[in-house]
Design a binder for this molecule. Structure first.
Ligand SMILES: N[C@@H](CCC(=O)N[C@@H](CS)C(=O)NCC(=O)O)C(=O)O
Length: 235
């Protein structure tokens, strides 16, 4: 039986473990949940679905999540879909370290950053990274350059937030850090591609444009278990 914190199992290998996480490699929301699981030290079995084979739309998986999307956590018979719902659930089953703060001010700050990230950063980063990952940077130049304007503004705000403290809220990592980090990494991975250079996006490397954010990213990378959460196909 392959049950354990560090095993990557076939998606429907039987028996299921006490805590299964269905994920697609490189998906920022899945990475967010995996970072949170590692941070809390919750044992789980990562069950990777192959996006190329559309495994998330298979009849077996649609029984788990009729929307056919990941991440999905199945813990002791409870099926939880949606990243933020999963993070809230994790705080319920393993309260420490808390993902949503220890004071009203911290909680508010964390939700503000999550909302800003989801509302202002995630989509423009997708507009940049999708074409670049498909080798279509030049064809989508206008879209990419326009999205980069928003992204630079958002990264500058995030950079300012970690200028005076190690994390976005409070003195430990939180849901805000785990939501933002994979989006920033997706941007970096796309912007590091050779064909991004002539587009002069002004975001990569982080250290050259947003040095505080660069240090923050290195702090996340130093979290125990970080390597287990890292997208397998990026290794
Ligand atoms: N709001 C959802 C978004 C989930 C989502 O968009 N998942 C993508 C991966 S990043 C997915 O499952 N895509 C496959 C598909 O839609 O077929 C969440 O945060 O959980």
């Amino acid at each position: 039986m392959l049950v354990g914190r560090f095993n990557h199992c076939l998606a429907y290998e039987w028996p299921m473990s006490a805590c299964d996480l269905y994920f697609i490699s490189g998906s920022p929301p899945c990475w967010t949940v995996m970072l949170a699981l590692e941070f809390k030290g919750v044992a789980y079995t990562p069950r990777r679905l192959d996006n190329a084979k559309r495994e998330q739309k298979s009849p077996e998986f649609l029984k788990i999540n009729p929307r056919g999307q990941v991440p999905v956590l199945v813990h002791e018979g409870n099926t939880v879909c949606e990243t933020l719902a999963i993070l809230a659930y994790l705080d319920g089953i393993a309260p420490e370290p808390a993902l949503f703060g220890r004071s009203p001010a911290e909680t508010a700050q964390i939700w503000q950053i999550i909302s800003e990230c989801d509302g202002n950063l995630r989509n423009p980063v997708g507009d940049i990274s999708r074409p670049l990952f498909r080798g279509k940077g030049e064809a989508f130049r206008e879209q990419i350059v326009e999205a980069a304007t928003c992204v630079r503004d958002e990264l500058a705000l995030l950079d300012a937030r970690v200028a005076s403290g190690p994390w976005f809220a409070g003195d430990t990592a939180s849901a805000a850090d785990f939501v933002a980090f994979p989006v920033v990494m997706q941007l970096c991975r796309a912007s590091a591609r050779e064909e991004a250079a002539p587009l002069e996006l002004g975001v990569y490397p982080l250290g050259a444009h947003t040095p505080n954010l660069d240090k923050w990213a290195k702090r996340i990378e130093a979290i125990e278990g970080y390597g287990n959460a890292y997208p397998p196909h990026w290794k």
